[in-house]
Structure formats: C-alpha cells, structure tokens
Write a protein that binds this ligand. Structure first.
Ligand code: FES
Length: 228
C-alpha cells in the first residue's frame, strides 16, 4: 500500500491561490479567527460583569448583627422613635439608616410572632420605600409613613395605604439585652404582616409574588438566627 504523503504546512505547497511564500495560515482562516476572537472579547465584556453581579452575593459574608438603640422605656406604643443604625460597615454615613421603633401594642399588633421570637416586644420599621427604595418619613399628625418620591403612603403599622408601593415596609427583628433594645436583621412582610426573608423594593409578597420573588440563597433563614 502506497504511503500517504504528509500535507505540507505551507499554503503555497498546498496550491492555495494567492498564497505567499512561507505562509502557514490562509488569509481567510486568519480573518475568521480574528473575527471570532473579537466577538469572544466583546461578549465577555458584557457577560462577565453581569455574572459578577449575579453570583457576587453568593460569596458575601452575612453576619447577624444586633445593635443597641436605647432603653426599653424610651419607646411608647402609640408613636415611633427614630433611631439610626449601621447596616453596612466601612462606608461612613452612607452605611447608616433610620429605623422607626415603638413598643408593640397588643390591641393593634396581632400578627403571629415566629417560633423563638414569641417574646418580641417592639416593632422596628425600615424607612426604605417598597416602591423604588426612597426613604420614607413618619408623620406624627397623620400617623402615616409618607414617601416623598411618588406619593407612597403607609399606615401606622407600615401597611400600604396608597400610591405605588407593592408591599408593607420592611421590619427588623428586635430583642432586649442588658437593658437595651437591640435591632437585628431586616425581614420583609406581606399584607398580613407574615414574615419573609428580606426582599428588594418592588418585589410583592402577596399572591404569586412569593413564588416570583423567592428568597436569595445567601439570606440567613429565620430558624438560623441566634435566639439567645
Ligand atoms: S419610591 Fe416611594 S413611592 Fe416611589
């Protein structure tokens, strides 16, 4: 059987029209490779940052932190006292937020307390509007939380009373330790004030909202919070 002759690496030897002497890659193949490489670089420039945003939170360290905000007698049950807490370290004032705190009123606050938190005595409400996240303010005269951005209104318990917000204001776990009311992690609530792990503004939790906006895997679940 005649031995098969090895193909030359030079394009000129292979009889390719227009080949230069010493050329090993045809110009067509070179151009196709260049176009593919350019496409891959352009795609990565869009895809990699998007992947980083999507997967970055998986590697965040979510430590549960309890912050003292005052003695128990500072907080009445018929109005809110604003307190400032830190929710992100290392970014100064930008990492602080206001929380409205009051004592629970058994006539009004009939929502069921979760296991391990049956003795929770305070209501701590977040100021982040559940439409697009603007800071809301509690207005004493109206006993309402008002959002200045698009007219969102929340009642005394933080339930939506008007405007575009999609769910009640978020709340914070709280407890009393060493004579101080301490504010813990944030949680979200639906219309019945049932607790859910924190969601973003604009994510409803009633109806199919809870399915469309599931909790993020990095969020600590209620049953893993320290309860002592
Ligand atoms: S951000 Fe509050 S109503 Fe739009």
């Amino acid at each position: 059987m005649p031995k098969k002759q090895a193909k030359s690496k030079y394009t000129a030897d292979r009889g390719i029209p227009g080949a230069f002497e010493g050329e090993t890659v045809t110009r067509r193949r070179f151009m196709v490779g260049t176009a593919h490489a350019t496409g891959a670089i352009a795609t990565s420039a869009i895809l990699l940052p998007a992947l980083g945003f999507a997967l970055g939170p998986l590697f965040e360290n979510h430590k549960v932190r309890w912050q003292p905000v005052g003695t128990p007698d500072e907080f009445p049950d018929d109005t809110y006292v604003p307190k400032v807490i830190t929710y992100a370290d290392g970014i100064g004032e930008a990492g602080k937020t206001t929380v409205y705190v009051r004592k629970r009123n058994p006539q009004l606050d009939t929502d069921r307390l979760p296991k391990g938190f049956e003795s929770e005595q305070y209501v701590a409400i977040s100021t982040r509007c559940m439409h697009l996240g603007c800071p809301v303010r509690y207005t004493e005269a109206a006993q309402r939380f008002i959002c200045p951005c698009h007219g969102g209104v929340y009642d005394f318990q933080g339930k939506v009373d008007g405007g575009p917000p999609v769910r009640p204001l978020d709340r914070f776990y709280n407890r009393v330790r060493n004579g101080q009311v301490e504010i813990g992690p944030r949680y979200s609530v639906n219309r019945e004030l049932k607790r859910f792990s924190p969601r973003n503004p604009g994510e409803p939790l009633d109806g199919i909202g809870g399915i469309l906006y599931p909790s993020r895997p990095t969020i600590r679940r209620l049953d893993s919070l320290p309860q002592d």
